[in-house]
Design a protein around this ligand. Structure first.
Ligand SMILES: Nc1ncnc2c1ncn2[C@@H]1O[C@H](COP(=O)(O)OP(=O)(O)OP(=O)(O)O)[C@@H](O)[C@H]1O
Ligand SMILES: [Mg+2]
Length: 325
C-alpha cells in the first residue's frame, strides 16, 4: 500500500522567548494510506496545525522526518499533487472567487481551458457561482471558507490536507463539504483533515488520530473503537411506578428489598434508572440484560426498546484529553 503521508519521530519545539519553549509536537509517527480519509482531532493548542504546517514544509521540524508520496518533504516535488486549505484562509481580498481560482490555476501552470472548466465546476460545487464576481472582502466567513476549499481543489490533487475545513460553515454547508469529501474519496483521493466537530469526523472518516499536548494518544480505525465497545444496554419501559423503580434499584445494589432476601437473585451490576414522565430508561450491563427482561415480564410492564450502548467518539475524546475517567 502506498503511504501518502508518513512522519517519523516528527518533533517541533517553538522558542517563545529565551528560556521559554513550547513542545508543540512530540515524536509523531503517522502513516496515511492511499484512499483514506483521516480525521485529526485534539483540543485547542494540541499541535494539529503545527503538524499540518510541518508536513507541508511551511515550518521546519526540530527533529524527525516526513514524506508525502514517499518523497522527502524537503523536496518541493512532494507537494505537486497536494491541495491545502489553511486554518484561517486569507486571500488577496480585492480578488473575486473567479479571479482567485484563475490565479491558483496559473500557479499550478494549468492551461486556460482547464482553468475555465475547473473554475466553473468548483464555483458551482461550492455554491459560489452567484458570488463569483464579488470581491472576497465582501464574503461572509463561510463563503471565504468555501472559496478556500475551491482553491485547494483547483489542481485536482490526489492528496488533500485541510485544516478545519468545516469551521465557520452552517449545518447545510457542513453537510455539503462532508458529501464533497466522501465523493473525493470515491474518486480515489486521500484526505487528511483536522477538526473540532466530532460529528463530521464520525460521519466521514475511516481513521482518526487524537493528539493531546503534542502527543498522539490514539490512532486507528473508528469502527474498531466504536463498534466493538459494547458498554451495556439501555432498556426503555413504560408505565413504571416509583415502587417498582425502587425495587430495581434495591435489587441492583444489594439483592435485598428492605431487609428481605430476594428471589430471583439480584443483578450483578448496578442499574442506572432515569425517569421521564411514565417512561424509565434503565441502563444495564450485558450480563444482567436477560434478568432485567424477566423482571419486566414478571411485573407486566411494557417494554418499549432495548438499545445497545457503545462508546462514542465524544466519550473516547474526553477520556483521552483527561476530562473523563
Ligand atoms: N509560531 C509559534 N510560536 C510559538 N508557539 C506556537 C507557534 N505556533 C503555535 N504555537 C504553540 O504550539 C502549540 C500548538 O499549536 P497549534 O496551532 O499546532 O495547535 P492546534 O491543535 O492547531 O490548535 P487549534 O485547535 O486551536 O487550532 C500551542 O501551544 C501554540 O501556542
Ligand atoms: Mg489549529
Amino acid at each position: 500500500m502506498i503511504k501518502l503521508i508518513q512522519t517519523i519521530d516528527l518533533c517541533k519545539t517553538y522558542v517563545k522567548r529565551v528560556q521559554e519553549k513550547v513542545y508543540a509536537l512530540k515524536h509523531l509517527n503517522l502513516e496515511i494510506e492511499k484512499g483514506e480519509i483521516f480525521g485529526f482531532l485534539g483540543p485547542n493548542g494540541a499541535g494539529k496545525s503545527t503538524t499540518i504546517k510541518l508536513i507541508l514544509d511551511i515550518i521546519r521540524p526540530t527533529s524527525g522526518k516526513a514524506f508525502l508520496f514517499d518523497i522527502d518533504i524537503s523536496n518541493p516535488e512532494s507537494r505537486r499533487r497536494v491541495g491545502y486549505l489553511p486554518e484561517n484562509p486569507s486571500f488577496y481580498d480585492y480578488l473575486t472567487a473567479e479571479e482567485l481560482l484563475w490565479f491558483a490555476g496559473r500557479i499550478h501552470k494549468m492551461d486556460d481551458d482547464t482553468i475555465a472548466r475547473k473554475t466553473e465546476e468548483l464555483l458551482a460545487l461550492l455554491d459560489l457561482t452567484e458570488a463569483k464576481s464579488t470581491p472576497i472582502r465582501k464574503y461572509s466567513k463561510g463563503m471565504v471558507q468555501r472559496a478556500g476549499l475551491a482553491h485547494s481543489l483547483i489542481n485536482n490533487p490526489d492528496l488533500l490536507i485541510l485544516d478545519e475545513p468545516t469551521s465557520g460553515l452552517d449545518p447545510v454547508g457542513r453537510r455539503k463539504v462532508a458529501d464533497l469529501l466522501l465523493d473525493l474519496k470515491k474518486q480515489g483521493k486521500t484526505i487528511f483533515f483536522s477538526s473540532h466537530i466530532l460529528h463530521d469526523v464520525e460521519t466521514i472518516c475511516d481513521k482518526i488520530g487524537i493528539i493531546v499536548e503534542g502527543e498522539l494518544r490514539f490512532c486507528g480505525k473508528l469502527s474498531d473503537v466504536l463498534h466493538q465497545s459494547l458498554q451495556g444496554f439501555e432498556v426503555v419501559v413504560q408505565n413504571i411506578s416509583d415502587e417498582i423503580l425502587n425495587e430495581i434499584t434495591d435489587l441492583s445494589s444489594s439483592g435485598l428489598i428492605g431487609d428481605k432476601k430476594l428471589v430471583p437473585a439480584c443483578f450483578k451490576h448496578g442499574i442506572d434508572c432515569h425517569r421521564e414522565g411514565d417512561t424509565a430508561r434503565l441502563t444495564v450491563a450485558e450480563g444482567d440484560l436477560w434478568q432485567l427482561i424477566d423482571f419486566i415480564k414478571s411485573k407486566n410492564l411494557s417494554l418499549l426498546a432495548i438499545e445497545p450502548r457503545r462508546k462514542t467518539l465524544e466519550g473516547l475524546f474526553l477520556e483521552l484529553i483527561g476530562k473523563r475517567s
